[in-house]
Ligand binder design. Structure first.
Ligand SMILES: Nc1ncnc2c1ncn2[C@@H]1O[C@H](COP(=O)(O)OP(=O)(O)OP(=O)(O)O)[C@@H](O)[C@H]1O
Length: 251
């Protein structure tokens, strides 16, 4: 993923708002990039540019060497799960598989794999309103992974969840991305969440967002005890550094 001299403006003339930029970002395959910054600094705008939902006013965005096309470059998880309420849990995943043109004879197996991956194998036939908010967000994650596109984008997906569910889902996302090797970009306000999830954390300044800090997170990934990681002095040090930078960027 490569963003070259990217600026994005909403509106025109006197009403124009420069949301973000100029930003240069090179994200190698398999990286887990977390964007942190004050409210309104353009984090979601950057994500929408990478998803191809918006075109940059200036500069270029490339995903796997091409301009991103909505629905094809990336699977996206939003703050709200945005599921189809009249469908079952499995039915929501199935729709994503159909949209991704997965052949019919492979869909049942893929659907079972995806639900297992997010810990929902027992809820395939349940209606969306019968499961909790955390479980609904897990369905949204499974759905975003269904297409197997190269990039996984998450825009504050756990902001509306309680602290315990949030921690569990953070662990799931860390594990799932390590297993699939997918490149991820995750937006959050939380330094804690950023350091736990990211292999790299980028802190943005106030609007228009530019890069204030670009920090590699050299914590172990893969099969590690999340509690141990959260309790380690290295984690605490990185979290304090990011929190300090976010505060300075917001000032
Ligand atoms: N469609 C739009 N039209 C006009 N202005 C917009 C539009 N979308 C976003 N903006 C403005 O662009 C700026 C950046 O918005 P964006 O949602 O990208 O920020 P953010 O960092 O994700 O914010 P938050 O953390 O509060 O979600 C904000 O000032 C916002 O008001």
């Amino acid at each position: 993923m490569r963003l070259t001299d990217v600026t994005h403006r909403y509106g025109r003339g006197a009403d124009a708002v420069t949301a973000v930029g100029p930003v240069e970002l090179d994200v190698p395959p398999g990286e887990f990039l977390v964007l942190v910054g004050p409210s309104g600094c353009g984090k979601s705008t950057l994500l929408r540019l990478i998803a191809g939902f918006e075109q940059p006013t200036q500069g270029t965005v490339r995903v796997s060497g091409a301009a991103p096309r909505p629905g094809q470059a990336a699977g996206v998880v939003f703050q709200q799960p945005r599921l189809f309420p009249w469908r079952t849990v499995g039915g929501n995943v199935d729709l994503a598989l159909r949209y991704a043109k997965v052949p019919k004879d492979q869909r049942a197996r893929r659907r079972a794999d995806l639900l297992e991956r997010v810990g929902l194998e027992q809820t395939d036939g349940r209606r969306v309103w019968e499961i909790s908010g955390g479980q609904q967000q897990r369905v949204a994650i499974a759905r975003a992974l269904a297409a197997e596109n190269p990039v996984f984008l998450l825009d504050e997906p756990f902001a509306a969840l309680d602290a315990l569910t949030r921690e569990r889902l953070q662990e799931d996302v860390r594990r799932v991305t390590a297993q699939t090797g997918r490149t991820a970009v995750f937006v959050t306000h939380s330094a804690d969440e950023a350091v736990f999830l990211g292999s790299r954390v980028v802190v943005l300044t106030r609007r228009p967002g530019t890069i204030a800090l670009d920090l590699p997170i050299p914590l172990p990934r893969g099969d590690i005890d999340p509690e141990e990681l959260r309790a380690s002095p290295e984690f605490a040090e990185l979290r304090a550094r990011v929190a300090h930078e976010v505060k300075a960027a917001a000032a």
